[in-house]
Each structure stands twice: as C-alpha cells, then as structure tokens.
Design a protein around this ligand. Sequence first.
Ligand code: CP
Length: 326
Amino acid sequence: MYNNLKGKHLISTQDWTLPELEQLLAVASRLKQERQLGIPHNTLLLAKTFFMLFFEESTRTRNAFEAGIHQLGGHAHFLTPKATQIDHGETAKDTVKVLERYGEGLGIRKTFGTGNAYMREIAKWSKIPVVNMQCEDYHPTQVLADIMTIKEKFNNELRGRRICVSWTSAPNYIRPLSMAQSLVLAMPRFGLDVTLAHPPEFKLKPEIMETAKANAEAAGTKFEVVDSMDAAAEGADIIYAKGWGPIVYTEDEKEGLALIDKNPGWVVDQRRMNMASRDSIYMHCMPYDRDIEVTSEVVDGPHSVVFDEAENRLHIMKAIMAATMI
Ligand code: CP
C-alpha cells in the first residue's frame, strides 16, 4: 500500500514531498486509531529489527521507537558508540554495511558537530532506511509529531493560523538549533504562518532561514522574525517556545552560556498565554526546564498539549517504521 516510501531515508522533512509527509501522517493517525480501538497490528513488522544508535540521551525518541516496533511485531536494538566498535573508529560505511545484514531500519541521534554529515554518509551506503533521530540541524520525527498534534487540535484547519516559534532562556548547557529549524522549515508547508522570535545573537543558520522563507513563499504563508516573545505571542494560535544556543554567533561554550544568562525573562507564563488567541495551544518537544522556560501554571494548564504531543511521537515513529522498513 505504501511501497513508494519503502527504503526511503528520513534525514530532514525537506527531503520528502508534501504528499509523502501527508501519507505518513495518515498512516500515523490510522495506527493511533487502531491502538485506541484495541486492534492489534503486530504483524506489520513481524520479526523485523530497528537499530537505534544514540550518541546522546533520550527519553521520548528511544522509548517511542522501542515501544512502537514492539507493537508492530518487531524488535529494537539500543546502540551507543561505546556499545559498538564506533568508539574504536569503525567507519560509518563499515558499520551500516554490517547492520543492514541483520535488520531492516536504522535510526541515529547525533546532535552536535557532524551529526548530519555522519547520517548522510551512513545513508549513502545503506540499503535499509536511515532515520534522523535528531542531529544538529533537524529533528524530523519530533516535528512530524508536532504537525500531527496541531492538525488534531485544530481539526485539520491550519491555513490562516499562526505559530509563534520562540527562543527561551534555558540555562546550563547549549541546546541544538534542530527543533527551531525543523519548525520554521516544516510549518509553512502545512499552511501555518510563522513568527520566529529570538534575541539578536540567537539566529538560526542562514541557509535554513532562506529555505524556510522559500517554503513560506511557495505555500503562500507568512514568515516573520521579531526580537520579542511578546510580539510573537500576541494573537498566536500556537506558542512553541524552547531554548537553543547562540551557535551561529559563537562556537565558544562559555560565551554561549553567558549570552543565555544575559537574556533573562524569555519564559512562557500566563501573561503571555493570555496574549495569544483564546483557543491557543502551548507546545514543547520536551524536556523543558520547568518554571524557567515555562511556568508550571502554563505547562499544567488547559492550553498545554505537551503530553498529547509526546504521545504522538509513538504513532509517528510507528508510521515511519511501517512505511519505510523493508
Ligand atoms: N523531544 C525529544 O526528542 O525528547 P528526547 O530527547 O527525550 O528523545
């Protein structure tokens, strides 16, 4: 039924056409409905294996893939560089040429430095689909779950609605650009207007911004950048706010952390939610810094959809595996 997606790598949503993404979302919705109705679908990937290679930590991504493939009748292997010979320098090519003899799909998370290049190198040699479980530039499985959630909450009527994608002052470590970049790239393609808000030093990569603007132009949607969370929140239908590092501005970690501390007050609180539209939703990919990036009042409040959003990771991961694994 979905043979056109068999073997297809998912490194960025940009690599997939809008009909392909819509097809995937339809599979996810169907699998979600079947799970809710108690209809088993555990023969779809019977005895198939999905490898998950994590260079960094995860709660949602790992467990959504692992639970997901179990529900589809298959099995996941949790791998790290230390648990494999990657830490001893085994090349990307040699690693995947072996794994493709054992299983039918491979996910990779590598969020700093050369994660994207590493995945693309793996994908170049791989006969099995390679899924980006987050790199420094993209987080496609998360943004697809976000789109699924927005479609559900707004009854599939996205055109004319506006998402505020805002920076927050999340301290202690440098977070990647991948979530904000994935949002500004993907949301215009689904008909949403986008307002991106951040302090001047926290720009996204110029080539991503160019593509995001081109996506908005092609879709006939609005795309604007402001330097105030208030301005972005005013009248927004969706508030999606999370921290990222000033990676384009400086590669120096100490300077980056100091810049985050120099911009306090970028937090989603009730005052800002009150500025948004009446039926607005609050979203975050999680984990959030509770009472730093978002107040407990908001994240536990009636506009918050963060747990529905997290649940949709499961349905999206299952759809990706069911549609692409061979
Ligand atoms: N949102 C997300 O990717 O969560 P994890 O880092 O826990 O996988």
